[in-house]
Design a protein around this ligand. Sequence first.
Ligand code: ACM
Length: 594
Amino acid sequence: MDYDCALNGKDLVCTITPDRDLARPLFCFSGMAPFTAIAGGQRVYGLGSYTEIALPDLRVGAPHQVVLNYVAGHNPANRAWMPIGPLLRCNREVIPLPRKTALGCRAQPIPDLGPFDGLPLVPQPTSWEPSGQSVAVAGFAGSDPALAAVAALAARQRLRFDGDYHVAFEDADLPEDAYALHITPEGATVRASSYGGRFYAGVTLLSLLQDGPLPCGVLHDQPRFGWRGQHLDTARHFYQPATICDLLDLMALLKLNRFHWHFADDEAFRLEIECLPELWQKTAFCGEGQLLPALFSDAGATGGSYSKDTARMIIAHAKALNIEVLPEIETPAHAIAITHVYPDTRDPADNGAEVSVQGYQGNALNPAQPKTWKVIDAIAQEVGDLFPFNHLHLGCDELPEGTWMGSPMARDLMTREGLETTQDLQGWTMARIAAKVAQNGQRPCAWEEAAQGSNGGIGHGTILFSWTGQGAGVAAARAGYDVVMIPAQHAYFDMAHTDDPDDWGASWAAFVSLTDTIAWQPVPEPDIDDRVIGVQGAFWSEFTTKDAQIWPMLMPRMLGLASKAWQDRDLEPDDLIRLARGHFLVPFVPASIR
Ligand code: ACM
């Protein structure tokens, strides 16, 4: 079976040359957004971006062309936009169509702008006074548990660390995660008040060691933000737990300290919830014979679910790296997986035609349905109990315009509660969930949309994540919310680096180059300084089919994120390039797959 796909302007031209006669096969696949067929076949079914196109009879050896377009004006920017998991279904037989086009991002070339004038560290330290000496060391020895955690990280990632150069630790009255590091020819002294400060001093020593002899001097270091995050979408693609641990290792080496774990979305709910076994068991795998079709997945059922024991292992791995894990349960939209398992989370009489940006019709839980609250409360309780960070991200992004307006049950609820719009009901719903979460002892978190609604939005001390840009974050901060800035134009690492059709990645927000990652101000207006508690990067997984595809997307761009999150003073774009070119983590390939 021969198959190829080519980009031609807005068109995706798929050519299928069968190795036998096939009677009226269905051409099935998913992709970055919903498709239409404009020639060569007729679209007969879709769920989100999953599409089935009825083809005419195909003759052995005779090429057949199908021309596809994305709906809603999307321009296919590169190879990542080609159909994912293409297959033919013919008389119940499933025939995978192997893609010829290479999958995944290629490592980005970094220009040679000469050496960086300073320590080879990302993020850069707050201050550095060199003594002029240096000391050649094989590695470090010291008895602090934080140093042992750095040594374990180095061993996992096969980085040089162990040796006999002595590192002493002293208590000092310094802020959380801050440290002072005195490097002399005889040994080093770390002063810190917290595990984080001692751990980051160890990370700094590790990083300097990878570059050659240790420079001697006095280094003071302190993060700008308490929240230095990275998100991973493990709903659209199931990542092996070992891959998540590799990402945590990479985050720690960049002094990031919050892992935002997005394990629930339209396509799957990938976490064990003991009192809702059907939820994760029925959505763990998609594809032939499963509840949901092959969404963002190759032919054959692929996927997986994280057990509570696996989650505990990941949380413990993160904790040793000074990282807290923020779980996201994603409500009320992005919930096709939940609504397929529990149809009574929707109003059967809802005649609304609203469709999500991803092409799902009716992907929101209905807050007027008692079952919705049973499911949400159970999830919030169990997930909240499992994750010791005591923060729970509730989702609330991209509720389709007009949701619930066609539901008589929701309309009755709105009348009773004096609500007028979809956003009002969303605000009411989020506030109700947040109240329960706060009662359980957790701090709610949510995407920026949760601030909408006539009730003032979600409230309850929620941290809001500003993702469409920074405007919503500024408004939320002025309305009294704490805000994490995660603007897609600068911090979404699933965006392609460039507009080259041979590049890889999404493009709906922007093409995000290395220097774009620092070309923004986390606090764009001085009056919200107290309210911006941090910055974060994101990686969404719609077009990722193999774990290893994420590394050249994340790196080198996570260097920019790390410098934004830690440094008070911005790096110059050319200095970021100079640091990236020589940096021991570029390109990052985890030891587990090297
Ligand atoms: C988002 O990117 N929908 C938060």
